[in-house]
Design a protein around this ligand. Structure first.
Ligand code: F6P
Length: 379
């Protein structure tokens, strides 16, 4: 192989971690090093690694052996690592600095033919801006939230749904034994895909999504209707971004162990309301980062392997500035600019999973007209 054919690429994992990232890293290294004879470098802690001492290191076949079933990322993640707005402390003062030019310069200094960036829309947005500044970028979409447009699925979503569905199964047995309502808060930011899919898989009676503002009366009526039919317990799956009609999303504010505000706490408000309105014992649970940790499902491993191998193929074809995407059962390439021109992906009113859930009697909290015309019986 001539020097011109032997390429040198790097991979980084930006934003929050997602189960399946290690499978993607493994696929990139195996395709590039084992099959093509290229050189691969790993970048630690997202984009930050480019500017850290020892932040870039050779990634060998040995280093990716055995990582396929491991959650997290062997490269480390950083969800506050935007190169265009790095938060730093200079002389004891917090300042925001644009280090994008330094990163592009470092990429050129390392003589990289490509940087494979795995990330959600934030990390991939920065990737596009770096590409426009001359960095050779290929993207891989990952996030448990599944909100990246242009791809049917992102790495990590399937695992998060499986963990959440298992939690709902476990809560069913204790809810039924104690004749209680269990309200489970699931991640997803402003997208309801995790709550919708886990809620359906776990047989939730009520699913609350950010895309469908809910009416509290509907929730109480559904619980009471079930009690009248002899179902003395109910399961509610609520997305962290869900909110009542005319109300607001609930955030935990900085200072409670957080550097910046994070969605969280709507389940407590929903549980309080249901307990008071129905007189039923109700408990709330925030499932949290359990949904992001641990071993990826087989489906996430397959998706990550498809994406990793395809990303290397895009580099071989000089299709930089693209991201890999799943459309139906096919892996395709999509210009990053085209992906980012679209609105973030959200659950649509005609989503087949949503419609199927409605068809089997699952309530989403917006059935206020049905409640007003037919009462609890309508739910
Ligand atoms: O975007 C992934 C995600 O897990 C969201 O579902 C969640 O709202 C957020 O990240 C949590 O962020 P952090 O890990 O910073 O607490």
């Amino acid at each position: 192989m001539t020097k011109a054919q032997r390429r040198r690429i790097a991979i980084l994992t930006g934003g929050g971690d997602a189960p399946g990232l290690n499978a993607a890293i493994r696929a990139v290294v195996r395709h590039a090093v084992f099959t093509l004879g290229w050189e691969v470098l790993g970048v630690r802690n997202g984009y930050n690694g480019f500017l850290e001492p020892d932040g870039v290191f050779p990634l060998t076949l040995d280093m990716v052996r055995g990582i396929l079933p491991l959650g997290g990322t062997i490269l480390g993640a950083a969800n506050r690592g935007n190169p265009f707005a790095q938060e730093m402390e200079i002389d004891g003062r917090k300042v925001t600095v644009d280090v994008s030019d330094d990163i592009v310069a470092r990429i050129h200094e390392l003589q990289l033919d490509a940087v494979i960036v795995t990330g959600g829309d934030g990390t991939l947005g920065a990737a596009l801006d770096l590409y426009r500044k001359g960095a050779p970028i290929v993207g891989i979409p990952k996030t448990i939230d599944n909100d990246v447009p242009g791809t049917d699925f992102t790495i990590g979503f399937d695992t998060a749904v499986s963990v959440a569905a298992e939690a709902l199964d476990r809560l069913h047995t204790t809810a039924e034994s104690h004749h209680r309502v269990m309200v489970v808060e699931l991640m997803g930011r402003d997208a309801g895909f995790i709550a919708l899919h886990a809620g359906v898989a776990g047989g939730a009676d009520i699913i609350l999504l950010p895309e469908i503002p809910f009416h509290y009366e509907v929730l109480a009526a559904k619980v009471l209707g079930r009690i009248r039919r002899g179902r003395m317990f109910s399961i509610v799956a609520v997305a962290e971004g869900a909110y009542p009609e005319g109300g607001q999303k609930v955030y935990r504010q900085p200072g409670e162990g957080l550097v910046e505000a994070r969605l969280g706490g709507i389940s407590l408000q929903v549980a309080d309301y249901i307990a008071q309105a129905t007189g039923t014992e109700t408990r709330a649970l925030i499932l949290g980062h359990l949904q992001r940790g641990g071993t990826p499902t087989a489906r996430d491993r397959v998706l990550a392997t498809l994406f990793g191998a395809e990303a290397v193929r895009l580099v071989a074809q000089d299709r930089l500035g693209h991201m890999v995407a799943l459309r139906g059962t096919r892996v395709e390439a999509l210009p990053l600019a085209e992906m980012l021109a679209q609105r973030p992906k959200r659950v649509q009113p005609d989503d087949d999973v949503l419609l199927a859930a409605r068809a089997i009697g699952t309530v989403f909290g917006d059935e206020i007209d049905r409640l007003r015309s037919a009462g609890e019986a309508g739910l």
